[in-house]
Design a protein around this ligand. Sequence first.
Ligand code: DGL
Length: 275
Amino acid sequence: MESPIKIGMLDSGVGGFSVLREVATALPGHPVHYVADNAWCPYGNKPPRDIRARVLRIADHLIDQGCGLIVVACNSATIHGVEMLRATYPLPFVGMEPAVKPAAEITRSGIVGVLATEASIAGEKFHRLVTAHARGVRVITRPCPRFVELVEEGTLDGPEAEAVVRFEVQPLLDEGADVLVLGCTHYPFLRPVMEALVPPSVTILDTGGAVSRRVGRLLESAGTGPLTGGRGASLVIETTGDLPHVTRLLPVLLPEPGRPVSVRHVDLLSGEAMP
Ligand code: DGL
């Protein structure tokens, strides 16, 4: 008899909703518990030690809440924390990986642009990924902290979003990049603006769908399957930050959750890293 597994998810804020929307749709029978660490957002400018302290604290909490699998829906947290999480807890962790490998396979110009946080770009795990999969390809990296701010404000289109996206993306196009990798879970929310600005010959890649399929396969091998039938199981969203603000963002970022949603505040202080 199949039984649901509660899926835990975490991000520095609401960016991980770009992964959550895929997971919630593809795996409707499994409850999801998402922690948005808004009080500590952004992670992208934090030292690895602080990022690790945060993800450890949040993973502890998600395990207390009964999660049996955790999606680290944040590239910065994955790059600096997923190996530590796997070494600390016995449950499966699914992390994000910027789509450098598929980008290197499809580029025709031999130039790939990776948009990601400063923390991700500086990470050893990211360098290993580039060395292993982008041999012979020029990888240009670009941190876009303004993208995170826009998404956290709920500004996904309009003149301001267009100006910021143009400012960040144009230099990569000028260098000849024909594939753009969205290596931060906040950035896919600006993908429609980006698609309208870049020439049709440029491909944009993100990994939310692939991560959700990986979660489905893990659940299957744990014997619970995707549980695709029936009404959606519950979705709990907790923020360490401003509850009314996150509640207002929900219809903008997650308009069709396909399941009952409850949103609440949670205090997750850790001794190591302060906001
Ligand atoms: N969404 C996160 C990522 O994927 C972090 C963005 C931030 O907090 O700077 O890297």
